[in-house]
Ligand binder design. Structure first.
Ligand code: NAD
Ligand code: WQD
Length: 339
């Protein structure tokens, strides 16, 4: 069965392509390399021993997308392609709406006319905002995210629910918590393009000396050590959940399926706990300073991922330390490439 993976050379997409190939799916990737590089394709092949078909173009170019659907018997899609920087989305909201939503709609137009089902969407825990209760399950009320990025995720979910209902199709909305880590081979990971916004890439660059100090955004939160709490999920565990979610859609006899799953570990870790775990896992120092809170940050978010365990037979079981160890190996790999 052939699956279209958009953004398949990106961070989560590349790990998922490996898992799909390992599970005998044929993969067609569309990625415009706006946030990736070609060597990722070679590394996917090194790991999986198979090469996915790759088309380097922007999904907003509808005519090129139509040609891909003409050329392959696509029977499902995992749609990773999106811009994802929260801060940047506040400066360039229209670019975010255009990229994230036009891409999605262009694919759905092909699905609609060709009567294809099985669509998986990369959503985010950002759709819950600061939830009133922890842990966050799928019944937790959604709050309109502050950022335009977050709004593209909430709007994407609504578009997909309407699509599934009106056209009787099977979709899965996967709400990721905070993905971290790299492939155990150190051949895939998050590419450091620009100054990292996310915690673990910034910690990594601090440990390697690229950044002088980590800025910890606030230690006056109502948590045990005062720093904010998140649910850090290992990217390979996350990638495996996509295969399970896809297999569930394919196996379903129902015409219309709207699945929603929280993908997290169920455990919250504070910023300081992540820093300490990084130092212990990799035997490195991470100098830091405490700064004011970052605008728009929430205090605490961690998942109740029981539904995914129950219905997908999936559980994120890699430890924080192990995930952080792979991150450091990936950093060393990147440094070895640049010398
Ligand atoms: P990423 O930037 O590494 O991957 C996205 C890929 O899509 C990149 O390779 C980029 O080149 C490509 N792309 C972007 N716009 C495109 C377009 N118009 N046409 C073709 N290719 C395009 O991001 P990621 O961290 O792997 O995230 C994947 C998905 O998961 C995104 O939708 C993101 O919003 C979502 N998500 C990510 C996180 C996270 O913290 N990383 C958390 C929750 C949800
Ligand atoms: C984690 C914690 C920071 C950097 C973002 C998006 C969300 C989702 C995941 C896509 C926070 C603190 C960070 C630093 C720090 N992405 N921090 N110093 O904010 O939970 O979520 O990524 O959907 O939508 O908003 O992740 O990694 O940026 O921050 O102290 O240099 O680390 O304040 O408490 P976040 P993050």
């Amino acid at each position: 069965m052939t699956i279209l993976v958009t953004g398949g050379l990106g961070y989560i997409g590349s790990h998922t392509v490996v898992e799909l190939l390992n599970n005998n799916f044929d993969v067609v990737i569309v990625d415009d390399l706006s946030n990736s590089e070609r060597f990722i394709l070679e590394n996917i092949e090194k790991i999986a021993g198979k090469k996915p078909v790759f088309y380097p173009f922007d999904l907003k170019r509808k005519e090129l997308l139509t040609q891909v659907f003409d050329a392959h018997n696509i029977e499902g899609c995992i749609n990773f392609a999106a811009f994802k920087a929260v801060g940047e989305s506040q400066e360039k909201p229209i670019d975010y709406y255009e990229n994230n939503l036009f891409s999605l709609i262009n694919i759905l137009q092909e699905f609609k006319t060709r009567k294809i089902s099985n669509f998986i969407f990369s959503s985010s825990c950002t759709v819950y905002g600061q939830a009133d209760q922890m842990p966050i399950d799928e019944e937790t009320p959604l709050k309109m995210p502050e950022s335009s990025y977050g709004k593209t995720k909430q709007m994407g979910e609504e578009i997909l629910k309407d699509f599934a209902t009106a056209h009787q199709r099977k979709i899965s909305l996967l709400r990721y918590f905070n993905p971290i880590g790299a492939h155990p081979t150190a051949l895939l990971g998050e590419l450091p393009i620009g100054v990292p916004n996310n915690l673990v890439p910034y910690v990594t660059q601090t440990a390697s000396g690229i950044r002088e100090k980590l800025n910890i955004w606030g230690n006056d939160y109502p948590t045990e050590d005062g720093t904010a709490i998140r649910d850090y999920i290992y990217v390979v565990d996350l990638a495996k959940a996509h295969v399970k979610a896809l297999q569930k859609l394919i196996a379903s006899d129902e015409a219309t399926v709207i699945d929603i799953f929280n993908l997290g570990t169920g455990k919250g870790s504070s910023v300081l706990e992540v820093v300490k775990a990084y130092e212990n896992a990799n035997n490195v120092a991470v100098p830091y300073q405490i700064c004011d809170r970052r605008a728009g940050d929430i205090t605490i978010a961690y998942a109740n991922a029981d539904k995914a365990e129950r219905e997908l037979g999936w559980k994120a079981d890699t430890s924080l330390e192990e995930a952080l160890r792979t991150t450091w190996e990936w950093q060393k790999y990147l440094e070895s490439r640049s010398v």
